[in-house]
Every structure is written in structure tokens, then in C-alpha cells.
Design a protein around this ligand. Sequence first.
Ligand SMILES: [Zn+2]
Ligand SMILES: [Zn+2]
Length: 911
Amino acid sequence: MTLIVTAVELDARRAVARAELAPLVEGLRRELTPLLESPPEVPREKALLSRTGGRCTIDGALLHFDPYDPRHICPACGREYAGELHDRFRLYWYQMWLAERVLHAALLGVLTDDEPCRLSAATLLDRYADQYLRYPNADNVLGPSRPFFSTYLESIWLLQLTIALDILETGAPSRELTSLGARVRDRLIAPSVSLIASYDEGMSNRQVWNNAALMAASRLLDDRVLFDRALNGPSGLHAHLGNALLSDGSWYEGENYHLFAHRGLWYGERIANAAGHSLPASLDDRYHDGFAAPFRTILPDLTYPSRRDSQYAVSVRQPRFAESCELGLAHHNDQRLTSMLARLYDPTIPRGDTGRAASSADVERNLPAMGLSRADLSWRTLLCALPTLPPLVAQPLRSDLLPAQGLGVLRRDEGAVYVSLDYGHSGGGHGHPDRLNLTLVDGARRWFDDPGTGSYVDPTLHWYRSTLAHNAPLVDGHSQHRVHGALLAFADDDRYGWISAQAELAPGLIVRRSVVVLEDYLIDEIHWEGAEAHEIALPMHGVDVAGEHAKIPSPIAGGTEAEDGFAFLADTARVHLPIAGRATLLGTTSDGAQLNGWTFASDDASVWFATAPAPPGREGRMPLVLLRHRATAGGFQSVWSWNDSVIAVEREGDTLVVMRRDGSRHRHPRSPIGWTVDMSGDRVVVLSPSLRSRAGCAKDLLFSDTLRTERAAAVPEDMPPSVLYPLPTTVEMGEPHYRQSEFTWQGAGAPRATVTVTRPTRGTVLVEVEVPASQRLFVPLTTENQLDNEPASINGDSVQLYAIAGARSAGLLLVPDTNSVSVRPVDGWTNDLSVDACWRPTSSGYRLEATLHIGGGAPEFSLDVIVNEVVSGRARRRGQLVLSGAAGEFIYLRGDRNDPSRLLRFSLANV
Ligand SMILES: [Zn+2]
Ligand SMILES: [Zn+2]
């Protein structure tokens, strides 16, 4: 039995470990020494996720993790924290760390015949076999788990231990090991994998890890049905490779999930391959493109464009990126990967601390950029990388189009200059309202930048999530609504190129942006056309208005929602220009570099100045210029020169004329079929509207929205319930109404409740909720929830009531109190429907009554009732009974929310 490589390959790695990869072996062995001297006991407690555990309350930084030092110290401010919540969160890192060390010990033990290593791996596996079933499968946040609080974390952890056992059994079989293997299968692998199999996360990146664990475990248990499900099932490896990995090789959730998801796919591909199921050719190609995908949109300084909720300026000069290149090269030779490795292994880049001694398996933490070598990588390289790499030569980064993400990149000056238009998919829950966002970077100078997202707990989160914080157009003073843009043209020959795209930014309003990039300047044109007049505003960050003008301090009117961003502006002023609609603009950097801009708008457009927050983690404020123009149809044109090659720009009718320092003139007449550049010396370049790129593929332009659903719900949430219930109605809630956590309805002791809906008077509806068996564990509404941001009362016995009658509605959390019922409005619901509630204990449970004052006239009303259900000894609720039905659903992350379209309809006629 072998999981990742064959027995023959494992044997052959002994020679590689002694020769080519000896420095990697030495480093891993050195880091393992303290553990070999005295193998630690495995933790007895389950890890706990809470609001405060593991984070600095001052700056939000994750507290430092050192496996040999249990103190909780903030790496940012040095404060030390103590307490159970921190201790229990640290177990999350510790369990991952320890499982990965078991794997290191097993692999080193086998490859280098290191008896102390083999012995400690076996000892720790034995202790885990004893402990695993003692961890309670309760109080989880995202799916069932014993040692952790989310299923996918248990999957990552189980994967390490399973591979470790397999390596020991394959590489150093013995009689003792046979009996240990049986115990580990029986007491750890089998119960853990059955728990993982019970929670399917569909197309989520987390399910990639669940699949990898299912495949590894089912191989060791010889469970072919489970293996086939993880490989070929609706959310199995092939489905992920074919649908969640897009045809350009990028994971659909974007850069910040790509590497994590793709490494999970690596486990899946390896395990399938070793089991004799190599991938079909088309999936294998796409899987391989996934190794190169992270580098296609990389900025010149080798950091990610901080799109969406990404952290700001994360560098690929980190071990896990180098390792991904190594694993990709072991799969197929690829110049894109050797070229990137040449940069990552550049010996002139200063080295740093990779933190590998404290690494927590596949749960990654970002590191500062540093120089790397093969000796910095992990056990995956030791087991699977090529013994000797092909020659590493850095090739210039090239222009590229990722049609499935909807991002076009035009590069100039051997890759030092980067221009991109981010037009495509809105990005789902972590997306930003920044369609048609323009980025311009010259080496280390970020002229037009995407700031990503800072801390989730800081108010600037709203700024970074506004359209105004981007170089993207906004309509009528509000952030864009969620919309996908479409590509119109992409063409580039490394000297002349353009990208054009459009998005419907308001109903009936099409906004088109075209960016033409020449060798040393670019033209940016925005055009809109709508059924009615709209105000289009274009923010340009990091620049100020140059030349003669009057700046009159004045507030800038805009949307008032926090995520419209206007509240974050300061130093606001209206700019009065010598020639209306024409501005010259100037950006400068601390090193004295300049960005020169010329902007043309209609005479009645207005120009504004303000300052705004700098990118996350950067001090001070940044200038910005805002163009605004209200019209049914209109446009803005700008020319930007980043190396002083343009001295002036004029507009003659629709034609832009660019005068260059070398005396030449470029004319840009608008052309109905594309873009024409007429250069002095009778050279004319016509940029065609046809799509042309190395990766271009028309079917990528169609986004599959079904794929974005985090988890397929058992009940289609947008389908209105069609049944109209008469009054009075009584519903006995039981198994079909149960929304479970770790336990099924049967496993939870078959909880029930009865809901009776009557209409005692013409203007009122009475909802009676009878909970026959309850420990009456009511949690007062004033209780602080230490676990997360939900009301603490949902984790006690309580009732959630949602009603809509005509134009009025109510969404309420009802909690029985000493002699009354406390009421808390549910976020997102308008509460203008008056509700009175009372309750009383019964012999074995409680009964709650709510009177809804619906008034007269409406022919029907809608209602949902949810009963939270808990037993003593739990920190979180066990489950819910849901009037509108919940078969197959899980309670994780639901809080007190409920979708209005789920409510059941009741007839008020004929009463
Ligand atoms: Zn701190
Ligand atoms: Zn953004």
C-alpha cells in the first residue's frame, strides 16, 4: 500500500535524500531534535475558535505560535496574553504542527534509516489512537470535528497522520507496526473519515481537503466505495478539477484561495495516481496550469495584485510558492515554473526566517518576502521533487489574459511595467465592487494600486470595500452593485496592445473602459450610455491636479452607506480649472519619480480633490482626484505617462494627439472597429477588437454562477413556497424540520416542537410554540458572546420568529426571561410589525406564545418559526427546528439569519 508515491519510488528516494536533497534532510532533522528527545503527550482538549482567542485585542494580529513555548505573545506590539480562550485556540496550531511532525519523523525515519525518528512517529500515532475518540464532536463552527472546530481542519490533520502511517508501513514494516496500524485504523482513521464523509462542502476550497483525506483514508481502509466517491462523486476530485479550477488553471475563488486549494488538489492527484487512477488528459492539463496560474498576474515586485479581500502586497518569495513550482516541475517540465524558480532562488535576495520549525501543516500564514533555496522547503519536496532541477533562467513576465477570472494584464519594459484591467467576475462574498478597475505599476512604484483589505475588525474595512477606494467608475455616488463585466477586446504584441471591457453598472447603463498601452504611455477611455441620465464618477488615486487652478474647500456629496466610502474622504475641495473639462494631473513618489496625466471630460463635468486612507498597514493619507459628470451618455479620456516621454496631449474632436519628448506625435482617432494609432512617419497600428491571447478561450467568458454557491442547499432558497396554508394550522416539527450540527435528528434524541397558528381576532395572528422536552437553558440577551459575533442567546433555548404581512415585517429573536419574553430584532429585517410575546414553563419543557398585530385587509401573510435547541454541557446550540423545513441542512454559520423567501404562506381569506 502506498499513498503518495509507489513503494519503488519511496525506495529510490533514499538515495536522493542522501545526495541532492541532503541539505533539506539536515534542516528537517535538526528541527525535529527537541521532539525526538522527548515525544510530547498529545493534547487532551479540543481546539476552540472564539472572538478573542489567539489574537491581539489592540492590533488584531495573530499571536505568535511557538510549539515549545505556551505563552501567547503579540508579534506586532509585544503584549502577552493569558487565559483559556487563548490556550484553546493555540491547540489549533499545535495539533497541526504535531501531526506534520509525525509525518516528518516517519519520512526521515524511512529515508535515512533513522530509528529514533521512526520510534517517535510510531509513539505519537499510538497516543493519537488512544486519544482521538476522547475529543468531543460538539460545539463546532463549520462542520463536525473532534480535535478541531471545522471539518476541513480535521481533514488536513488526518491526512498528515494517514500518510505518516503509510510511509512507515511501506518503508519499514514490522510486526509491532502491523498491530499499531490496525489500532490506528480502528480508533482514529475510520471514525475520523466517517465524520468527514458526513459533511460535504460541495465546490468550496475546503472540500478539496476533505476529498484528499477521504481518498487517503479510504485507501488505507480499503473502502473502494468511499474512494470512488472522493474521486468521481459530484464534489469529488474530478468535479473540482473540471469545474472549480477554471480552464485558465485558476481556482474560481481567486488568488487568495488558489494556492491553498491547488495544494489540496496535489494530494488528490498524487493519491489517485498512486492508486492507478491517473487523471484524464484534459483535467491533467488544467491541473498542471494550476501550478503556473498564481504567477500570471503577479506584479513586477513579485507581490500579488491585492484584489478583493486579499491581504495587501503579499510576496510570492515564500517557501510555499517555491514548493508549488517544484511540485509542478515534477509533474511536467514548464518554462513558466523554471523562470519563476530562477527568481525565487535568486542568491542575491537576502534570506530570512521561514518559520518552518513551527509550521502548521497545510494551514498557511504569510511571511515577509525572502530569498529561498530548496533546503527551505517541506517534506513534499523531499518525497516528490525532481532530484536535479532543469536550468533555471528568469524570462520576462508576459502580458496575459485570465478570461475566467476576468483580468487582463499588459506588460512593458521586460515586465517592469504592469497595466491591468480587472473587469470580470464580481468575486462573490469576498469580492469588491471594483469592476473596470485600472492598475498601473512601474517596478516598485504603485501608481494605480488595488489596496486589498486590512483588518476585518477595523472601520477602514468599509473604505477598502468601496468602489471609491479603487480606480474604478461609480454611479450616482454609490459603490457598484454586484455585477460581472464582460471582455470586448484583448490584443497585445508586447509593444502595442489594448484591453476593452464593459459592465452594466446600473440597470440599462453600460459603462465601457478601454485601455490602450504603448511602449511608454497609456490611454484610458471611459464611455457610458444609459436609458436615463446618471452621474459617473472616476476616482484617480495618488495624483493631484497640476498647473493653475483654484481649489475651493467643499464637501463632496455622495452615498451615505459606510461602503460608499465618502465618509472616509478628508481635505475635500472643488477644483476650478482654467479650461473647463481639461486637467493635467501629477503623481509623485518619495524617490522623486513622476506620473504625468492629461484628462479630458465634458465642459460641464466637475473635478474634485480629497485625501483618503493609505493602503492597509501604510501610514498617512493619499491624494485623489475625482471626475464627475452627469449625462445619459458621456465619457472621460486620460493619457498617463510614467517615464516623462510625453510632454503634451491635445484633443482634436474625438482624436487624442500625444506629443512626445522625442518630437514625434501619435494620433489616436476613434475607430468603429477597434483602436487606431497613427504615428508620425506613416506607421499605423490598428488594434483589432478580436480576442487574441495565449490563453484566450471564448467559453471562459461565460461565468458559471451555479459554481459560486458555497454549498448546495437542500432547499432551493430562491424558490417561493407555493403552498398556501389555511388557518388554523398546526405543524408537528420533527425530523424533516431539523437543521443539525454534529448529530442527526435521531442522534440528537429526536427533538420536537409543535407550532399552532390561529387568528383569534381579525387584526391578530397567534403563534403558539410548544417545546415538549427542553432543559430550559435560556441565555439572557445581555450575555456577551465570547465565541463569535452572533447574539449569545441563539446558543441557548430560544425562538426565532419571522413574519411578513403586507408591507410590514418582523424578524425577532425571542428569549424567555424570568417572567416575560426578551426580544431582539434580527439584523437585516425591518421591524414595523408589532409582536407581543409571553411564555410559561411546562412539566418538561416550555410554551411560548406570540401575537402578531397584522391589521386588516391583507389576503395572506408569511411566517417562519425556528426553535433553537441545546443541551447542558455544550457551548453552542445542538440544532434547530425550522417550520419551513430543513432536511439535509446544517446550522453552521447561520446565526439568527433567515431568508425571507423561505417563509410559509398562510391564507387570511374567509375568516
Ligand atoms: Zn498587538
Ligand atoms: Zn479591492
